[in-house]
Design a protein around this ligand. Structure first.
Ligand code: VGL
Ligand code: ZN
Length: 238
């Protein structure tokens, strides 16, 4: 039934196009009232000059700024660590950044000190233009636990409340953008699927860290979980 009505509406759209209507949504995804844009960690720490700068990170900003007006619902996330956080190599004797350590909830990649609460490094980039964003989710603020995902912390138990917020507002579909593709974007997208949302990652609106092949691995895992990989040009923007 759903498929048949989809076919029908496609035919109508095709006809409308032929009659000279604007190429409105032709082959493009038009996010409606039930869709939300999630902008992950576009913070100074992950941008040029930041404590954990991601190559090309700044390039996501104009892409997200162009997408934002097409969304009625926008959520921004912020990596928000305590000083001396367990995800920092500096908190573990003899460990260097990008090595791993076994913590209570499993293996943890150890990072340079980054995104410490209240610092300019942790601020959302001033270049990011998402004036209609209604919610900022801060994560990674428990000293002994990391949280790549905007939905749940690394123990896969402690919820941030984002799923409930989105569901209470009737959101069915999320579009994930930001930094880093292979960590916070991927974990957020996979948890969005787990929470029952239709989930897209807009690839050119993300950049990855790519630690030992982590970027390709993340895409493989995301795809296996039903996350759809699209480009910003696939979205109908004004
Ligand atoms: C992130 C590493 C450490 C991310 C956050 O935003 O992807 N990556 N903390
Ligand atoms: Zn972090």
């Amino acid at each position: 039934m759903q498929r048949r009505s989809l076919l029908k509406s496609t035919a109508v759209l095709g006809l409308a196009g032929g009659l000279g209507w604007p190429a409105f949504a032709a082959g493009k995804i038009k996010p409606g009232a039930k869709a939300a844009l999630i902008v992950v960690d576009v913070q100074n720490c992950f941008l040029d000059g930041g404590t954990l700068a991601v190559k090309g990170g700044n390039e996501v900003i104009p892409v997200i700024n162009t997408l934002a007006p097409a969304f009625e619902n926008i959520v921004v996330t912020q990596d928000w660590h305590t000083a001396g956080h367990a995800s920092f190599a500096s908190a573990h004797d003899g460990k260097k950044p990008f090595e791993t350590a076994k913590l209570s909830y499993g293996q943890q990649v150890l990072w340079p000190d980054h995104c410490v609460q209240g610092t300019e490094d942790a601020a959302v980039s001033k270049e990011l233009k998402v004036p209609t964003a209604q919610l900022i989710i801060r994560k990674g603020f428990h000293k002994d636990m990391d949280s790549y995902s905007a939905f749940e912390e690394a123990d896969h138990k402690t919820a941030t409340g984002l799923a409930g917020y989105l569901k209470a507002r009737g959101i069915k579909t999320v579009f994930v953008t930001g930094i880093a593709t292979d960590f916070c974007v991927a974990w957020t997208a996979m948890d969005a699927r787990k929470a029952g949302f239709q989930t897209y990652v807009i690839e050119d609106a993300t950049r990855g860290i790519d630690l030992n092949g982590s970027l390709a691995a993340a895409w493989k895992q995301m795809t296996a979980k039903g996350v759809k990989r699209i480009q910003s040009a696939d979205i109908a923007t004004a």
